[in-house]
Design a protein around this ligand. Structure first.
Ligand SMILES: CC(C)(COP(=O)(O)OP(=O)(O)OC[C@H]1O[C@@H](n2cnc3c(N)ncnc32)[C@H](O)[C@@H]1OP(=O)(O)O)[C@@H](O)C(=O)NCCC(=O)NCCS
Length: 179
């Protein structure tokens, strides 16, 4: 898999995916702090300063670079309104495997935006970075997330259970091979 230090924003019919900036933190924090949004997510912090630090920590990493996540803010093309964010991270110790994640502001859900943004991210991972497999993990109960994975062409490859602090968590792994 290659890296893309010269990343240029990805445009879709209705959206633009650009590198997240520190000044996105307030908007991202606002929707991540909604219990419905963070229910199935493992974020340590959703307050503005925590989100800002996370964005700043990712700023020097290029898409495709091993070692962590790169995040893109998703904007509506005309209004420049920030409607969500998507991210990608090479899987540790599995060359060619790219993990993706996605979150949309509840005010902007149900319009097909996540599907449109993730489909663009998947084609970027295959086409520009040369990934062999794109992967998404979700809670088995997170039906909207699973639906988005299916709509962009991923298939269920594994169901698993993890016990964390006495609680058992059922997860699913969805994947798609390079077309
Ligand atoms: C997952 C998420 C990004 C989807 O965003 P979105 O912009 O609403 O997604 P889309 O509009 O592209 O598609 C959502 C699909 O889920 C479906 N859906 C929504 N709620 C559903 C439910 N309770 N049960 C089943 N399907 C559901 C929608 O009908 C739609 O499918 P359709 O086009 O076949 O009708 C958004 O719900 C979110 O941010 N959730 C919280 C964060 C999260 O859990 N992210 C995933 C972590 S792996």
């Amino acid at each position: 898999m290659s890296t893309d230090p010269e990343f240029e924003p990805i445009e879709t019919e209705r959206l633009v995916l650009r590198r997240s900036r520190a000044d996105d933190a307030d908007a991202i924090s606002a929707y991540r702090s909604d219990p419905d949004v963070h229910r199935y997510q493992g974020w340590d912090r959703t307050d503005p300063e925590g989100v800002r630090q996370e964005i700043e920590g990712m700023a020097s990493r290029s898409p495709g670079e091993p070692g962590g996540w790169v995040q893109f803010s998703v904007e509506e093309r005309g209004s420049h309104r920030l409607v969500g964010d998507v991210g990608m991270s090479p899987a540790d110790g599995e060359p060619g495997v790219m993990k993706v994640g996605y979150t949309m502001d509840p005010a902007c859900q149900g319009r097909g935006y996540a599907t449109e943004a993730v489909a663009a991210l998947v084609s970027y991972a295959f086409g520009t970075l040369g990934a062999e497999i794109v992967r998404a993990y979700a809670s088995a109960e997170n039906l909207p997330s699973i639906r988005v994975a299916e709509k962009v062409g991923m298939e269920l490859v594994e169901r698993f259970e993890r016990t964390d602090g006495g609680e058992t968590w059922s997860g699913v792994r969805y994947e798609m091979r390079r077309p």
